[in-house]
Design a protein around this ligand. Structure first.
Ligand SMILES: [Zn+2]
Length: 115
């Protein structure tokens, strides 16, 4: 499952940060899955929950945001926001959109326990 390897990647990022910054436990983790990243958020959440026990993410509150993706519209010559590659321009209805972002899964916020 795609999301399981993504979850493993997220855990690796967090564990690397834990080793670098010397914290043992995460209180809150916020991820950002771009609207065009192809991430099934529910599956990712499930995979992360399965990985949490015994890691620095144990007991952490995990939030996964799905911000809309920026795209350049050739119709109105402006940057607009879309939710999927199939979306038309929300301003002019044109289908001639060029996504310029929103394809990444990244860690946006990592809050750790002080102790
Ligand atoms: Zn447009």
């Amino acid at each position: 499952m795609h999301e399981l390897s993504l979850a493993g990647g997220v855990l690796k990022v967090v564990e690397d940060a834990a080793a670098r910054e010397g914290f043992a436990r995460v209180r809150r983790l916020t991820l950002e899955a771009g609207a065009l990243a192809g991430v099934e958020v529910r599956a990712l959440r499930f995979a992360l929950q399965a990985l949490q026990p015994g890691t620095c993410l144990e007991g952490a509150e995990i939030t996964i945001d799905e911000p809309p993706a920026p795209a350049w519209c050739h119709g109105c010559c402006a940057t607009v926001e879309v939710r999927s590659r199939l979306d038309d321009c929300p301003r002019c209805g044109s289908a001639r959109l060029l996504p310029t972002g929103g394809t990444e899964l990244r860690v946006r916020e990592l809050i750790v326990h002080d102790d």
